[in-house]
Design a protein around this ligand. Structure first.
Ligand code: AMP
Ligand code: ZN
Length: 458
């Protein structure tokens, strides 16, 4: 059975065929780096990582692009309020640029701790201002823009099918509008370029044909995906919150410039919830991966927890569920380490596992197949080889786990994190001081290509 994926554009489960034989282009909306990522954000990246691994297991070479939003994402999705970066800067007293650096580094550390495959391209919005300006200039030439006192806007009234992805009832929306839309013509119109407020200088601003200012949030994804994947590529992903505004606007822009709807498949991860509601950065009520680690839970236990729910159903986070996931992972590891190498994977089990993965990434059922194999009477070496194949998709690093693996105490993890932050801020003397403290506590720290590595001193 071929791989089938649920596509939000057609709202159907469709057999996946790439646009070019054997190759898949995949764009995933990345983090807004004004604060730490929370477990909810990370759930979406785990789903995207599993998708990428499933594509690879189907024989495709995947070109995976992830952006870093370091400018332009305003506090409200209606193009009002402050830029999240500048707001973060007021909160912490650091420059917007330093904040972006620090939270990008912290995000990438979480990324690696969850064993997410490195994207083919990481791209920052602030490194692609020229491409965004070019894109907007082309939209202007095509007659899709208008100017207001505070910026240049996209005229969604020019597109009959604006908002199709979200099945937006645009006329109903306009009629029901009670909130002020400022100078915008329609509630659904959105900023392409915002002017710096008159009389003040922003930390992040650039010259443009329309005046000094900064790009709107949506244009970066249309511009960077076109640069790295072309204007028509295979798969676009993000969290479900992106459907109604961000992805609808990306599509509107790309349609107006290139005449395509960006991607052949649109996939969205459903939210991680707290008992009180959704986990959100703006709500301030969120759990970070670092907190999980400090509480002595393996970050891969969080990955396991994500795999235990289908990506298109919401998942409720609580510590009991996480501890249960940790217990399951520990049971799996303890079984796995006892199995010898040298066997061959069991073809029937592989077929069953792949069938679940290929059915819109049904990981809960794929995990059930895994546990059947663990408990089966297949020869231990066969179980190991089979589970190794499964783990290429699950990404639990089973072959790398050691029973005597060191656990890093929370106080040491905290020192190491502060040292990393000092390095990112180029505060070398503070970084050295913290290294000294780590050494005194019996730990050595090395900076490698994959980030910072901690080891007990010999
Ligand atoms: P942001 O850093 O806020 O731009 O979001 C980064 C990614 O996380 C986006 O794909 C969002 O859709 C996704 N996201 C935000 N909140 C959650 C949540 N509670 N659960 C799952 N994904 C989320
Ligand atoms: Zn995006």
């Amino acid at each position: 059975m071929p791989l089938a994926l649920y596509d939000a554009w057609s709202r159907t489960l469709r057999p996946f065929t790439p646009l070019q034989p054997d190759h898949v282009g995949m764009y995933c909306c990345g983090p807004t780096v004004y604060d730490h990522a929370h477990l909810g954000n990370l759930r979406t990246y785990v789903f995207e990582d599993v998708l990428r691994r499933a594509l690879a297991a189907n024989g495709y070479t995947v070109r995976h692009v992830v952006n870093i939003t370091d400018v332009g994402h305003l506090v409200s999705d209606a193009d009002e309020g402050e830029d999240k970066m500048e707001k973060g800067s007021r909160r912490t007293g650091e420059s917007a640029w330093a904040i972006a650096e620090r939270y990008t580094a912290a995000f990438q550390q979480d990324w690696r701790a969850l064993n997410l495959l490195e994207p083919t391209v990481w791209c920052r919005a602030t490194d692609h201002i020229a491409q965004q300006i070019d894109f907007i200039a082309e939209l202007e030439r095509n007659g899709y823009t208008y100017r207001t006192a505070d910026g240049l806007y996209f005229d969604t009234g020019r597109q009959d099918d604006y908002g199709y992805l979200a099945r937006l009832d645009v006329s109903g929306l306009q009629a029901g509008i009670r909130v002020a839309v400022g100078d915008k013509r329609r509630a659904t119109d959105f900023a392409l370029w915002k002017f710096s407020p008159p009389g003040s200088t922003r930390q992040m601003e650039w010259d443009s044909p329309w005046g000094v200012g900064f790009p709107g949030w949506h244009i970066e994804c249309s511009a960077m995906s076109a640069q790295y994947l072309g204007p028509w590529f295979d798969i676009h992903c993000g969290g479900e919150d992106h459907i109604a505004v961000h992805h609808s606007n990306e599509i509107a822009q790309t349609q107006a410039r290139h005449g395509t709807r960006l991607a052949n498949f649109w996939l969205h991860g459903h939210f991680l919830m707290l008992d009180a509601g959704k986990m959100a950065k703006s709500g301030g009520d969120f759990v970070r991966l670092q907190t999980v680690i400090e509480r002595g839970v393996d970050p891969l236990a969080y990955r396991y927890l994500c795999l235990s729910a289908h990506y298109r159903s919401s998942l409720r986070f609580n510590w009991d569920a996480l501890h249960a996931a940790q217990a399951a992972l520990t049971r799996l590891r303890s079984a796995y380490v006892k199995w010898p190498v040298g066997g061959e994977a069991d073809a029937a089990a592989l077929t069953r596992f792949n069938a679940e993965v290929d059915q819109d990434l049904n990981l809960p059922r794929a995990l059930a197949v895994l546990w059947d194999v663990v408990r089966s009477d297949l020869p231990p070496a066969v179980r190991r080889a089979t589970v190794d194949r499964f783990d290429a998709v699950l990404g639990l690093r089973l072959a790398h786990w050691r029973e005597d693996a060191v656990t890093i105490p929370p106080s040491i993890a905290l020192l190491a994190e502060r040292r990393l932050a000092a390095r990112v801020a180029k505060d070398w003397s503070e970084a050295d001081r913290l290294r000294g403290q780590l050494n005194t506590a019996g730990w050595q720290v090395e900076d490698g290509a994959g980030g910072q590595v901690l080891r007990p001193l010999d």
